[in-house]
Design a protein around this ligand. Structure first.
Ligand SMILES: [Zn+2]
Length: 226
């Protein structure tokens, strides 16, 4: 079985959880989705797991179980000396004159995490890795502190378009998720990689991310016959 990551032809030798085990409370870690990963891509994904979880919990708390997961998975790490995580979270913090502190989110790390998560979902849904012809980008709907009117408008359009069930032709398929209260996902796109693909993730029922896997069309392969 090959590695789950986009364009990777290495053999999958380690088991990769998609989404990570640390996202689920104790007692709810059974039957989680896994794919096979080569060593390089396993490390690439897991190095961002806790950072992504911390950001998701901070922006979703106190909703549902985000605070509970933060306390169980993130708080002990900060408390007992995970210096790398602490450093990453307070990097570029800005102190305001009123005494409040705002934290800049490292979207490069979040992007790496969500690209890997998207690759895992695609592999699990259709049994093959995302072809290299796809560009991956992400929109974070609920990140506090990076509001702009342009961003708000884009998010509104996306919300409207992807709020319902996909039309049959755009139903890419479903990975067999078990714990949808913690993590749920919808995948829009024509099967067999015949269109761009949109993945709508939702954590704890509130933290929403849209991943856009845009197909770069080769003009020589136009479907319109001339
Ligand atoms: Zn790989």
């Amino acid at each position: 079985m090959s590695c789950y990551f986009q364009g990777c032809c290495e053999k999958g030798i380690t088991k990769e959880h998609i989404p990570p085990r640390s996202f689920f409370p104790d007692g709810e870690k059974d039957q989680l989705l896994t794919v096979k990963s080569c060593e390089r891509h396993n490390n690439l994904k897991s190095k961002n797991d806790l950072y992504a979880l911390a950001q998701i919990c901070m922006n979703a708390s106190p909703s549902n179980r985000a605070r509970e997961v933060f306390k169980k998975s993130i708080y002990p790490q900060l408390h007992y000396g995970n210096g790398a995580l602490r450093k990453a979270l307070i990097k570029d913090a800005i102190a305001s004159p009123d005494g409040s502190v705002s934290y800049r989110v490292d979207t490069t790390r979040l992007d790496e995490f969500f690209s890997a998560l998207s690759c895992g979902l695609i592999y699990k849904t259709c049994g093959s890795s995302l072809p290299s012809k796809y560009n991956i980008s992400h929109i974070y709907h609920n990140l506090k502190g990076n509001y702009s009117p342009e961003r708000h408008l884009i998010i509104e359009c996306i919300e409207e378009f992807y709020s319902g069930q996909p039309m049959a032709i755009f139903d890419f398929g479903r990975p067999d998720l078990k714990n949808k209260r913690i993590y749920n996902v919808k995948i829009f796109g024509i099967a067999d990689f015949l269109s761009s693909i949109t993945i709508v993730h939702r954590f704890f029922g509130v933290f929403k991310v849209t991943s856009m896997l845009s197909c770069i069309l080769d003009p020589r392969q136009s479907v319109v016959s001339r």
